[in-house]
Design a protein around this ligand. Structure first.
Ligand code: HEC
Ligand code: HEC
Length: 238
């Protein structure tokens, strides 16, 4: 064997153990991470990453990697509290977080149905597209993009997520009202999601009524998974 070949063989052999331990996003989805507390993501987020809408488990497929990785780090840091996801995120290494986020972002994004809703004040479509500026509530599409398709790595897609999931997040930012046992008094419970830059979502969620939270969540759910291929030009601001 020439010395040149020997060098190559040594180089290849050296890389084998590294490759075996390197985080692999697809493998984490299917089989879980090195730490078994991080269960296979497909158990809850679905084989295709589209989530389990009936259980309120969100879609991850096609979301920006930057957004997904941030959420996993926020669960880990406790600025986003959830009894299911916090132990899972905590069990992931930094490298595993980046790899699994990248793998989900490479999946097809939601094929949003262009909205054909008539704009009638007080409906979910109105809130989404016009907001309620008399109460300082901007329209959702201002940040989440036309029809809620998402913008860049910071503003996630909200179209096509289940209404159950969207509502749960708006309530997590708002904080819920809970009865305090015998006295029957209602007291506000602190928000469990406090991870939004500049409190952008916290301000909005706080000012939405419970009825508005329901309406706007149902509206964005209704725009999910069109049978047409995703076409950015169909989703213009109006
Ligand atoms: C036992 C069920 C379960 C498993 C397993 C699970 N998740 Fe989750 N995941 C959830 C739930 C429930 C939520 C919503 C949490 C909340 O309300 O804040 C969630 C939310 C998320 C979010 C936030 C999504 C968003 O739109 O903000 C990310 C990212 C995520 N999970 C990634 C993962 C990854 C990666 C794995 C695998 C390592 C995984 N999950 C495994 C149940 C699960
Ligand atoms: C000023 C910009 C802005 C506006 C307007 C806005 N959002 Fe958001 N929203 C954000 C940002 C930023 C995030 C991501 C926060 C994070 O990093 O966790 C977000 C996240 C969300 C999420 C969580 C998505 C997920 O996958 O967990 C929901 C639900 C949501 N917004 C709903 C709404 C609704 C409904 C409206 C309109 C009433 C709205 N947003 C208006 C900036 C905005």
């Amino acid at each position: 064997m020439r010395i040149f070949d020997l060098k190559r063989v040594v180089a290849v052999l050296c890389c084998v153990p590294i490759a075996a331990f390197a985080a692999d996003g697809e493998a984490i989805m299917l089989k879980g991470a090195a730490n078994p507390t991080a269960l296979p993501c497909i158990t809850c987020h679905g084989a295709d990453g589209k989530g389990t809408p009936s259980a309120g488990f969100p879609r991850l497929a096609g979301h920006p990697a930057e957004y997904l990785a941030k959420q996993l780090r926020d669960f880990k840091a406790g600025t986003r509290q959830n009894p299911i996801m916090q132990p899972i995120a905590t069990a992931l290494t930094d490298e595993e977080i980046d790899e699994v986020a990248r793998a989900y972002s490479a999946r097809p994004r939601v094929n949003v149905t262009p909205s054909k809703a008539r704009l009638v004040e007080g409906t979910g479509a109105w809130l989404a597209m016009r907001g309620a500026w008399s109460r300082n509530i901007p329209e959702c599409i201002l940040c989440h993009g036309p029809d809620g398709v998402g913008v860049g790595g910071v503003f996630p897609p909200i179209a096509g997520q289940s209404a159950m999931y969207l509502e749960s997040q708006l309530r997590a930012w708002k904080g819920v009202a809970a009865s305090t046992g015998k006295t029957g008094k209602v007291k506000a419970v602190a928000p469990t999601r406090r991870n939004d830059p500049n409190g952008l979502m916290q301000h909005i969620a706080r000012d939405l009524t419970d009825a508005e939270i329901k309406l706007v969540s149902e509206y964005f759910e209704s725009l999910g998974e069109s049978s047409e291929p995703f076409n950015e030009s169909q989703h213009r601001l109006r």
